[in-house]
Design a protein around this ligand. Structure first.
Ligand SMILES: Cc1cc2nc3c(=O)[nH]c(=O)nc-3n(C[C@H](O)[C@H](O)[C@H](O)COP(=O)(O)OP(=O)(O)OC[C@H]3O[C@@H](n4cnc5c(N)ncnc54)[C@H](O)[C@@H]3O)c2cc1C
Length: 379
């Protein structure tokens, strides 16, 4: 994994989060020579703090194309984690626990019933269960809840592990991964980014994919085409419940907070949504919010132990939709960023569509609503 000057890669992927590593693995599976450059260490961006939930979309108010991306990714995960484990020897801890979105008010009952019907009509195994049934399914739920949307196949994984596994699997299939190699600039020839620059040296590229999360807009700016990606900070905690084991993913009706079990018995709890915050400080207010979620969803866990806290910067965009497609004005630069709260959910389909687009020379029509063109302000 050491850096060399003047390396020529068919494709350079900038950013080693879940999106960049998924793309590197998808490229490597196609036999395409790929170099992944990560400015820090792999998976230390948004991906590190992520809950890693892979479940049906929690809102019906999304473009049909995003639903299709979510469906493809959802179906791909069991295959993907198995393939990555075979190639890398690393386990991403993927488990289909089932997800319960909990209603505490009549309004929430109405909206979750509607969401359950929409998810079922979209092909997911989702149904409405009353409060008694929900508590039988997950005994840690508090008394007094009115019911829950049960998404039976909803699952989660440990994102940091998936990122490492994807990177290692890509390397096993011929990719190069260089950490601590922040891209600081580009060399441009006409409509092509012909090389990227890092403090260690320059790397010549056939194609370039910018998958640098919240930082992608700034990198595109260095190519004269800034994009409005920005951070949405999320704080989380990890709780040990001792003998009190959570068996399902639990979520608030408004999608604003979750508890997620892990196979080591720990529970991820979070999170906050702080728009425009570039720092990853953990604040008392942020942790208070996480503990409030524990109290609302599984109060017995308050008797456990607070093991660790953390924060990550989700890659946000003005319309909350990802940015996936060729960068306007360039023939060889793709963008894959801005996945906000769904980067894990959408990583497999994003990677496949980026690789197909690079191979075919044109973006799939499914990517139309996510095109960087929608933010293009250049003349
Ligand atoms: C608290 C929290 C909970 C979440 N829960 C979920 C969830 O349950 N399900 C879900 O689907 N999503 C969830 N998300 C969102 C998801 O984690 C993100 O959408 C996803 O991680 C984005 O991945 P990424 O690869 O685009 O960005 P990142 O993970 O941020 O990776 C970008 C990488 O690019 C690198 N980089 C930046 N600039 C440069 C440069 N100049 N040169 C080289 N490298 C550079 C960074 O160091 C970083 O490693 C959550 C996020 C948070 C914070």
């Amino acid at each position: 994994m050491g850096a060399k000057n003047e390396t020529l890669a068919d494709v350079i992927v900038v950013g080693g989060g879940v999106i960049g590593t998924a793309i590197a693995y998808a490229l490597a599976r196609q036999g395409i020579a790929c170099l992944l450059l990560e400015g820090g260490t792999l998976g230390r961006g948004a991906s590190e703090a992520s809950a890693g939930i892979v479940s049906p979309p929690s809102s019906s108010a999304i473009p049909a194309e995003r639903l299709e991306l979510a469906r493809r990714s959802f179906q791909a995960y069991p295959w993907l984690v198995a393939a990555v484990q075979e190639d890398s020897g690393l386990d991403a801890d993927y488990r289909q626990w089932g997800e319960l979105l909990v209603a505490e008010t009549e309004d929430e009952v109405a909206s979750l019933r509607e969401l359950a019907a929409w998810q079922a009509s979209a092909g997911f195994e989702s149904e409405w269960v009353d409060g008694k049934a929900a508590r039988e399914i997950e005994p840690l739920l508090p008394e007094g809840i009115l019911g829950a949307l049960l998404a039976d196949e909803g699952g989660s994984l440990v994102v940091q592990r998936l990122v490492r596994a994807l990177a290692l699997a890509a390397v096993k299939r011929g990719a190069r991964v260089v950490e601590r190699a922040p891209v600081t600039g580009f060399e441009v020839e006409g409509e092509r980014a012909s090389a990227v620059r890092t403090p260690q040296g320059r790397y010549a590229a056939g194609q370039v994919v910018l998958a640098a999360g919240a930082w992608t807009g700034q990198l595109a700016g260095q190519l004269g085409r800034p994009l409005p990606t920005f951070p949405v900070k999320g704080q989380m905690t990890l709780v040990a419940g001792g003998m009190t084991m959570l068996r399902h993913i639990l979520g608030r009706a408004d999608g604003a907070g979750y508890l997620v079990p892990r196979t080591d018995g720990l529970v991820w709890a979070g999170s906050t949504k702080e728009r425009g915050e570039w720092d990853t400080r953990v604040t008392p207010a942020g942790i208070a919010r996480c503990l409030w979620l524990v109290e609302r969803l599984a109060p017995e866990l308050l008797e456990g132990e607070l093991l660790s806290t953390g924060a990550g910067l989700r890659p946000g965009t003005p319309d909350d939709e990802p940015v996936i497609g060729p960068l306007p004005g360039y023939r060889n630069v793709w963008i894959a960023a801005g996945h906000y709260r769904t980067g894990v959910q959408l990583a497999p389909a994003t990677a496949d569509l980026v690789v197909q687009g690079i191979l075919s020379g044109a973006p799939d029509p499914l990517l139309a609503p996510f095109s960087p063109h929608r933010f293009d302000q250049a003349p």
